[in-house]
Design a protein around this ligand. Structure first.
Ligand SMILES: [Zn+2]
Length: 199
């Protein structure tokens, strides 16, 4: 993918489905928080992309969803973003990573997502880790480890399981405190609201 004349970091987008950003829904077509000034930034580090994933997670939290956000990066560019939408869609598979992976073939023109990295605020579950393997994601970088359901090396190691057709390189625990804090804040608020309702 190359940056076109639009000067945006997200020049390509899937047809609008209204849910995955970069989809022409107007949510992410321009600068966000001063993040995108139209210039290529080839030397951005992992933290930059994780901060973008955290902003996606905040979108989920603002909508009352469990705050998990993810971005896909190819050649240093964020090419798609997504966040958890299980409640909105009433769909247990509407995890940030799975929706992101489902949107990518329209952007890169192939189901094989070689050379694409996914930054996600929480360790992928079995379903999402499996989708990363099957779609040949190069690398997953996640924030919060999930001792109960994390399948990128913590509870299970689906991304690195010997004998799989493909192994996904894993970087665990990037900006873990920030990612965990967002999670904990969300659940504190949910519990407080539940208590208010009872009283
Ligand atoms: Zn998942």
């Amino acid at each position: 993918m190359s940056n076109d004349d639009s000067g945006l970091l997200f020049p390509t987008a899937p047809e609008s489905d209204g849910f995955v950003s970069g989809s022409g829904d107007g949510l992410f077509d321009g600068p966000i928080d001063g993040e995108d000034d139209g210039e290529l930034k080839p030397l951005l580090g992992d933290d930059y992309y994780m901060r973008a994933a955290l902003r996606c997670a905040q979108q989920a939290a603002d909508a009352g969803e469990v705050p998990v956000g993810a971005v896909a990066v190819k050649d240093g560019l964020i090419i798609a973003r997504s966040w958890n939408q299980v409640e909105l869609l009433k769909d247990a598979t509407a995890h940030a990573e799975l929706m992101l992976i489902a949107s990518l073939p329209q952007i890169v023109g192939d189901w094989r997502l070689d050379g694409i990295d996914i930054y996600v605020t929480k360790e992928p579950c079995a379903m999402c880790a499996g989708a990363m393997v099957n779609s040949r994601i190069r690398r997953v970088i996640f924030g919060m480890r999930d001792p109960r359901c994390g399948c990128a090396g913590t509870a299970l190691d689906i991304t690195g399981f010997p004998g799989m057709l493909h192994n996904v390189e894993v970087t665990a625990g990037l900006m873990e405190e920030e990612c965990k804090e967002m999670f904990q804040t969300f659940f504190r608020t949910v519990r407080a609201n539940a208590r208010k309702k009872k009283s």
